[in-house]
Design a binder for this molecule. Structure first.
Ligand SMILES: NC(=O)c1ccc[n+]([C@@H]2O[C@H](COP(=O)([O-])OP(=O)(O)OC[C@H]3O[C@@H](n4cnc5c(N)ncnc54)[C@H](O)[C@@H]3O)[C@@H](O)[C@H]2O)c1
Length: 271
């Protein structure tokens, strides 16, 4: 297997863009309690960071205790909660201390590489357990804590939830399920008159550890990296902060009339 060492490190791809996309904190989430799954790394960590910068308290929920606690300590107005999103009991325990939750970001996810001829049943089940069942359990458990006073549920789907790749059969199935589960929940909440909104974000390739893990599974990581860049008309991968900026909008009251919608943050890849 070729080495991925020459590839840019996660989060260090585009210094110039980074300078142009600093989040300007304006208290847009003041007073909100936000629960972010997979908040210890990558996109989830960037979301937790942006939420705190905008005045929210962030609950970082993850299986990675060390990274989650370190980030919570660094952010200050944040707490780490251990959570495996595939466990119903874990969800009950994690949410029990909170009387109300304003924002739930169902972000935890994995990416299984492989075509229909390559992915095993166990791999397929594992992908769906985390990326689909996790969103189902999170939404079901958090809803009673949002229903009365209002809330925003943000599901992390993907470009792969709207566009297929031959070597992503499990991930495509999982993220497409999240896309439609989001809309079903949004409709149900609206029909019931719950002041709860549910939207999905569809990132293109964002340079985070998940991308590094996918590259590490490949026989030719350099070629795979170039192919990731190529699908984005803007000619680069995205940055976690660029997804966090969309999550801030969806978490805030600015998006009060927005539900059941797909937000593609993908450098034009889905055009
Ligand atoms: N990075 C991308 O290019 C990209 C593109 C589109 C969508 N996404 C989606 O964004 C989300 C975050 O991806 P990322 O790139 O930040 O990945 P990442 O690997 O950097 O972070 C994922 C986090 O989820 C946690 N996690 C994994 N399994 C878990 C479980 N069972 N319970 C609780 N936490 C668990 C991990 O510990 C990690 O902290 C995922 O849903 C992913 O599918 C990522």
């Amino acid at each position: 297997m070729a080495s991925a060492r020459q590839l840019p490190a996660a989060g260090r791809t585009d210094a110039k863009i980074s300078e142009r996309t600093q989040i300007v904190a304006a208290g847009r989430l003041e007073g909100k309690l936000a629960f972010v799954t997979g908040g210890a790394s990558g996109v989830g960590a960037a979301i937790a960071r942006a939420f705190v910068a905008e005045g929210a308290e962030a609950i970082i929920a993850d299986i990675d205790r060390a990274a989650g606690e370190a980030l919570a300590g660094e952010l200050g107005r944040a707490r780490f909660v251990p959570l495996d999103v595939t466990s119903e009991q874990n969800w009950q325990d994690a949410l029990a201390p909170f009387e109300r939750i304003d924002v739930l970001v169902n972000n935890a996810g994995i990416t299984t590489l492989g075509s229909i001829e390559e992915v095993t049943l166990d791999q397929f089940r594992h992908e769906l357990d985390i990326d689909v069942l996790g969103v189902f359990l999170g939404t079901q458990t958090a809803l009673p804590k949002m229903k009365a006073h209002g809330g925003s549920i943000i599901n992390m789907s993907s470009l792969s939830g709207v566009r297929a790749s031959a070597n992503l059969v499990a991930y495509n199935a999982a993220k497409a399920a999240v896309t439609l589960m989001t809309k079903s929940c949004a409709l149900h909440f609206a029909e019931k008159g719950y002041p709860v909104r549910c939207n999905s974000i569809h990132p293109g390739a964002i340079h985070t550890p998940i991308i590094d893990k996918v590259l590490a599974q490949s026989d030719d990581p350099d070629a795979l990296y170039r192919s990731f860049v190529k699908v984005h008309p803007v000619g680069r991968l995205g940055r976690p902060e660029e997804i966090a900026a969309m999550a801030v909008y969806l978490a805030s009251d600015e998006s009060a009339f927005t539900t059941g919608a797909e937000f593609r943050v993908d450098g034009g890849a889905s055009i």
